[in-house]
Design a binder for this molecule. Sequence first.
Ligand SMILES: Nc1ncnc2c1ncn2[C@@H]1O[C@H](COP(=O)(O)OP(=O)(O)O)[C@@H](O)[C@H]1O
Ligand SMILES: [Mg+2]
Length: 285
Amino acid sequence: MDQAKNLRNQVAKKKGGRSTKVLSVTSGKGGVGKTQTVANLAIALREKGNEVLIFDGDMGLANIDIIYNISPPYNLKHLVDGSKSIDEVLFKSEDGVYILPAASGIQELTNLDQVHKMNLISQIDQLEGRFDYVIIDTAAGISDNVMYLNSASQFILVVVTPEPTSITDAYALIKVLSTRYSEKEFYIITNQTRTEAESKMVFNSLVSAADKYLDSVQLWHLHNFPYSEKVRQSITRQVPMIKFEKEGEIADCYRELAKKIEALELERTKGGMQFFLKQAITGNG
Ligand SMILES: Nc1ncnc2c1ncn2[C@@H]1O[C@H](COP(=O)(O)OP(=O)(O)O)[C@@H](O)[C@H]1O
Ligand SMILES: [Mg+2]
């Protein structure tokens, strides 16, 4: 643990809470493995004793509810309309991971009226100091909501597969986030690769496009997940992969990713939880 992290933890402890790292998991193209990553990374971090919250920012098909085999009674909509408190809305999975479920009706957080924004912010305020990690599962693409969620988080993890459209769409996403939202650092997760060489190829093609066309953008190859039929089986069985084959290669891969996430150091001034939601809601990314 280095000095900066030590200091951050000391300050947080003194204030009576935890300092929260906020990560978004995003992609240009859908169906690349964002929700898989979020669902399993959350459990891996939890296994290490962290308090983890998943913010479901996508109503996609195989969403977090399906993968965890849960059906939370309330969601973001109930926070926004003021009918439920944050403690009623947060759903705790059997692994001890908390989920803030997505609302289908709410397209753009930034378009909420003042009363609804205040409802949300006042409830979110109560989460201060409760979580070590907030992981946002965003929708794919470059909608305003996705941009705000990403630019409000401290670390942007971009999931990309070897499919050419996945690579070009990931580049498009990085381009918009860097040119319009001044985001300069991106953590790339290659997924569904068949060989080590393929994983490097995917990462390198993003790097060469970024180097050529974008100004001072930094890409880091955070992690690679190989293609595995077992992932598909785990989804069918509705058991998160990290538990489906507890000691398997992919489960270990998620644990390795968790280690790397714990080691990431905050180098910028973006705050934690509070900052994240206020930014996401007000749109001042
Ligand atoms: N490592 C992998 N190996 C094989 N299939 C995978 C892998 N990761 C994801 N998939 C497949 O891709 C599908 C989409 O994954 P998901 O996490 O729901 O994507 P997203 O959230 O990006 O839309 C999954 O249902 C699964 O079938
Ligand atoms: Mg998804």
